[in-house]
Design a protein around this ligand. Sequence first.
Ligand code: GDP
Ligand code: IMO
Ligand code: MG
Length: 424
Amino acid sequence: MAVRIVVGAQWGDEGKGKIVDLLASEADVVARYQGGANAGHTICHGDRRFILRLIPSGILHDGVMCILGNGVVVDPVALFEELQGLRDQGVQTEGRLMISPHAHIIFPYHKLIDQAKERYLGENQVGTTQRGIGPAYLDKIDRCGIRAVDLLDRANLTAKLEKNLEEKNKILRAFGAAEQPVHPMIQQFCDVGERLRPLVVDTVAYLHRAILDGKEVLLEGAQGTMLDIDHGTYPFVTSSNATAGGACTGLGIGPTLVDRVMGVVKAYTTRVGNGPLPTEFEPAFADRVRNLGGEFGSVTGRPRRVGWLDLVQIRYAVMVNGINELAVTKLDVLDTLEELHVCTEYRANGKPVDLSVADARTISEVQPMYRTLPGWQAPTGRVRTLRELPKPARDYLQFIETSLGGVPIRLVSVGQERQETIRV
Ligand code: GDP
Ligand code: IMO
Ligand code: MG
């Protein structure tokens, strides 16, 4: 039996897609447990590039079953586009995707409210992906969300949509945004329901059977620890539990069934959207590393903010996720840097700051304390064993492991492609 969670240890975009795709060659099932089309998980195979937003990053392996759990918010428009895109690139998706009947559905008004709210917040905005994620989870918590199962019964869908739209139109009106007529939406989502019907199955039972049968199961997180609604830099977070606990609630699996939690750590730090980023580079150096790492949002194209590796933040991620193995990605991006700084402590007024209790404002004002390590200034993209890595690169990895209390690095990624990986 092997059930492994793959979780982002920073602010998202750590390279989860590449790592899950790599591990999926030995898996039977890959399940997404939270988030929605705010995610963008990139997988590169030669000249083919896939950006998966909803579909689990196991889909490129024939025979791997893919699940969208109850914790995911499903935008059917994005889902159908993504399925079509995969088919156009020759990926066989038929019979390989399952959706929980309890997964909540994103409606057009969720996206409109997300956009209107951000406009309203102005300079205080979160910088969301405007995919309707927050408003859809808000409905879920408010107990008025519409779930995949609700799309399968016209009368039920009609009643729920009429009730919701009455309220949503009031909100849209208050924000000065366009109101939405109910009837075309009922028809549109009845049609969506018919297209989804074959995919909506009991994913909890399926997963449990797979686990009991000893199958290899990967639970794929979206976003990252510092964007988690409970454990991230609130309020600059997404609206779900991206941390490992979310895998249990978002799929209906008890914690006793999980064997391993792999934290994906980018060899430096990035963040999209607003909120604190203590190790952020000054603009000219940020441009340099952003270009080296191709750090532009895979969904929105926004330039990502960039900074040094932050071990205070990753230590916290190890704690709140129970991370017991690591994948370090994008080591090659640092190949040309003369020296590397790694944050080992936060201070304010000369005193250490504990990230576990600090609020976003405090975090945005801390002084990061750095340890400086030499760069290796040699290409690592073709390296496939730890031994072949330049000594300063091995020391960098060793420093990470040691600073995290010995959590082992199992994978080191040195390029976008599956094979550009060192297995430790
Ligand atoms: P995710 O959301 O965590 O799956 O990450 P994204 O796909 O949004 O962003 C990671 C980006 O880095 C993608 O463009 C990947 O193709 C790329 N990438 C992943 N691992 C590596 C690596 O080891 N080296 C380099 N140079 N690029 C990588
Ligand atoms: P993956 O899975 C990086 C960020 C947004 C914004 C905040 C809230 O590719 O790592 P939302 O639309 O979720 O309400 O936005 O979260 N964000 C991400 N940043 N990677 C992601 O996903 C993200 N998904 C959301 O930029 O700051
Ligand atoms: Mg991404």
